[in-house]
Design a protein around this ligand. Sequence first.
Ligand SMILES: N[C@H](CCC[C@H](N)C(=O)O)C(=O)O
Length: 271
Amino acid sequence: MLTSFYKMHGLGNDFVILDARIGALPLTPDRIAALAHRRRGIGCDQLVTLHPPVAPGADVFVRFFNPDGSEAGACGNASRCVADLVWRQTGNATPVLQTSAGVLPTRREPDGQVTVDMGAPRIHWQEVPLAAAVDTLHLPLPGDPAAASMGNPHATFFVPDFAMLAQGAALEHNPIFPDRANIGFARMDSPERMRLKVHERGAGVTEACGSGACAAVVNAVRRGLAARTCTVELDGGTLRITWSEQTNHVLMTGPATTAFEGTVDLAAYPQ
Ligand SMILES: N[C@H](CCC[C@H](N)C(=O)O)C(=O)O
């Protein structure tokens, strides 16, 4: 059974996008992991599936899966890529994405970049989630991180350099994060500019993390370290993030790139 796929990336955070809008695809966590494998599969940081929308006003329902097979409620870079794909397919420059974490309006900018309204950050401990009723602005961990969710859990460490990146895997699995967490390391170069590296939950260090950039700016603003509009410099490039005072929503603007299209025989991958 040959299935078409799109290989796309947002600042080097790369995705295999499969279209399940015309019919369900036989995907299991093991098959997702096999497809995401860098040598034995197509290879990607996340596998993304498209489904018929259910939410009123949504153009497509999008699901995000990490290469370990786990599902995530948000993926900022992939959301920009799906919005770009829908525009290429339909000419709709403002597609609305339904995700398990909420309905995300998007907009194609005149320069070809894509803005996604990532919704409001969740900053209560139960929403991140955390395992205990602690202040999410100062978690009881060495390095004093803050935590927030953009529909997926993020911890942000404010650091002078990136020596702590090597601790990302252990921190991802720290028991304070019952659903694990994406671990961001942010160096504030000015209130308007942040350098960020992210060890992603279920994926490891990626070239960019869109939801991680959103959470890092939210946490930096909460700490009084950043302006509400901040340029986030990641390994793969830069994102513009604004945490709106009026709407409490976080807007993320950045590129979306198609690398290639292909077909894959899903039956050739383990169930
Ligand atoms: N690893 C993340 C999902 C992908 C997020 C990232 N690729 C982005 O652009 O937001 C998680 O398990 O929550």
